[in-house]
Design a protein. Sequence first.
Length: 344
Amino acid sequence: MTRLIVEPNDQYNQTLVDNVHPADWVDPTHHLVVIGGGPIDREPAQAFRGLGSQVTIIQDGPTFLPRAVTGYKILFTIARHALSKTPKPPVTTIPSPAETPSLSVIIPALNEATHIADTIAAAQRVSPVEIIVADGGSSDETVSIATSCGAQVINTKTGRGIQMNRAAEIAGGDILLFLHADTRLPENYAREIYTCLASPDTAGGAFLLHIDHASRGARIIEHGVSIRSRRLSLPFGDQGIFLRRNLFKKLNGFKEIPLMEDYDFMRRLRRFGRIRIVMKPVTTSARRWQQLGLIRTTLINQAMIAGYLLGISTDRLAGWYRPTSQTSSDQRTVTDQHSQKGTP
């Protein structure tokens, strides 16, 4: 065990200053011996004891170390360095830029000209990021708008599960984020995702939900979504689902079914680890709730989930769900928009 002896001797202490850097003296296994004592010992003694070192103070009657001597400066230099080495609480390690995994944002879309530009713009607030819009046959300006915004656009068959799977096949990111075309990501969303997935016991995650509607009913629904997501580990597609690409492949992606593909996917995903919920919300369009009303939409949603759990085929559920959703004379557009919403 190394011993450091500091005494009130200008010549001896000056030699220490000239030949040894104070950082080399500090180690929790060292034994600090202070000769001279007095008030000058308090800070270094406390610092070294806090690090587990043995501290011996040799009093020499009423003798005190004078403030002018070099030994005074040495002791306080040691104390400051020792205190700086006091263990800090553990923090989540964020990958350095060289280690940061690549991220792909996958957006299935169908007739989303009204929302697609805002959705892409919010996703582009972080860099680098790959944005893929999987279009299911839009008849409006969705494709041209997405292309002009800088997103990569692919054409697929209609169906959210189909569209997301085709986009995932060409995505280059280590992490995949599946995002509805009418949903905007929060600032610094990538950092939140990296933080969640830094833990090896995490299978995937999603965000809290904010409905873009100023009503008390919307806030109640958001609260219910938060409870379901955190307590049951069952966030839905409109919350932005993210996970590692290799795990997505292991799960064989989404089931290519008319409805409930996100619900089915999350039930399978949570078997592989924790589902983490980012405590920042994505903002999603209120159009579903505005078309049918908050209460009716919520009841329909729950009926679809119950039917799915009872084993009713998704084709049959889709047949029940879509007619109740058609409130426009343009039935094709409305039906297609709702078929894109996955879990109602």
